[in-house]
Design a protein around this ligand. Structure first.
Ligand SMILES: Cc1ncc(COP(=O)(O)O)c(C=O)c1O
Length: 375
């Protein structure tokens, strides 16, 4: 049997990064400042510069990054935050953890991202019901593509809603020359290892151009500290990025632009190969956008058949996401606009191996197996 194809090949990336990566890790360990050491500030500066945003505040993971921002804005009980129904649970979880209410919005069938028309429906629903006060909208850059901020930004600004971009999967993508991370009142990303820019453990970051927000985030991530380490001006959290992770991220950021290009080449090859099949729907990237391809996700009629057929050929697949959040036991009681697209997608999506080091031979194996099992 042929070798198993890696869904994401982080060891290939590690081999490529080689000695400088090993040296950076060694230096971080020997430096002895393991929490918020100098590499963290250096990384915050370089990633902010890379994304074209004024401030980056690193923290313990992407979930915390979202929560820190919501808390810094004072979002809490009685507040509504609009979240897509088709996303990873963390997007809604943080709203509930802040004490506010997620309100679910449907997504578009070709990009998987928040549907502006459904956002309007959800806003109207909250206003009519009157129990919650609409405070923020949290589009998710799902699978790597920036949400359609051209349509979402004007709605947020008209309604006086804060725009928080959950760019855990899409950090570094582009929309009209703006990087995901630099869009919105604030953005949050994850450095979970499998993300396009990941570290060797958990990590995350908040991004903003707002100086006052940056100061509140710095305090919140350190137990709400004031001007002195042991003065606490607000109830904070312990959410910091380890120095060793920052050292790894500094090295990985150096090759990130090139890796995004390589992911796009793989996606283009997949798109071209599947374009002729009327049994397979390929993901759409809107005009003027660049995806980081955190996932390459098809819509197929018979998902079980494709998954079984690929498994037989030692090709892994994954389903993101099998149940919309609005139907999850933990979230079913929260308000929701009608989400028929999220419902339909959850039954038909399947993600294929995608990473910058996927050889053309491996791509061809994936393509042949998908075409052979598509119907
Ligand atoms: C869309 C989305 N939001 C938030 C998160 C949370 O990130 P983390 O796992 O670093 O807490 C993730 C990743 O897991 C995600 O995919």
């Amino acid at each position: 049997m042929a070798d198993t194809i890696a869904f994401i090949d982080l060891q290939a990336q590690r081999r490529r990064l080689g000695a400088p990566l090993e040296a950076a890790i060694k230096e971080a360990v020997e430096g002895g400042q393991w929490i918020l050491g100098p590499q963290v500030a250096e990384f915050e500066k370089s990633i902010a510069q890379w994304a074209g945003v004024k401030h980056a505040v690193a923290c313990a993971n992407g979930t915390d990054a979202l929560l820190l921002i919501l808390r810094a804005w004072g979002i809490g009980p009685g507040d509504a935050v609009f979240v897509p129904a088709f996303t990873f649970a963390a997007s809604a979880e943080v709203v509930a953890l802040a004490g506010a209410s997620p309100v679910f919005v449907d997504v578009l069938p070709d990009t998987f991202n928040m549907d502006p028309a459904s956002l309007e429906t959800a806003i109207a629903l909250v206003k009519k019901d009157g129990a919650l006060k609409a405070k923020a909208v949290m589009p998710v850059d799902l699978f790597g593509q920036p949400a359609d901020y051209r349509a979402l930004e004007p709605i947020a600004s008209r309604e006086g809603l804060k725009l928080l971009c959950d760019t855990a999967q899409g950090f570094g993508g582009l929309l009209d020359d703006r990087r995901a991370g630099a869009i919105g009142d604030a953005a949050a990303t994850s450095f979970f290892p499998a993300k396009p820019l990941g570290c060797y453990g958990d990590g995350g970051a908040c991004f903003t151009n707002d100086d006052a927000l940056k100061d509140r985030l710095l305090s919140l991530r350190m137990h709400g500290q004031g001007s002195d380490r042991y003065e606490h001006v607000q109830i904070g959290m312990n959410s910091r990025l380890d120095t060793i992770q920052a050292a790894i991220l500094i090295e990985k950021l150096k090759i990130f632009s090139e890796e995004i290009e390589k992911r796009n080449a793989v996606a283009q090859r997949y798109n071209d190969a599947f374009a002729g099949s009327n049994r397979i729907k390929t993901p759409l990237v809107i005009e003027g956008a660049v995806s980081t391809w955190a996932q390459y996700t098809l819509q197929v009629a018979d998902r079980a058949k494709i998954q079984a057929g690929l498994k037989e050929k030692a090709i892994p697949t994954a389903v993101y996401y099998p149940i919309p959040l609005s139907r999850q036991p933990a979230y079913a009681a929260y308000p929701s606009a009608p989400v028929p697209v999220s419902e339909a997608l959850s039954g038909h999506v399947v993600s294929l191996p995608m990473h910058p080091y996927l050889s053309q031979t491996a791509q061809d194996r994936v393509i042949a197996a998908v075409l052979a099992n598509a119907g």
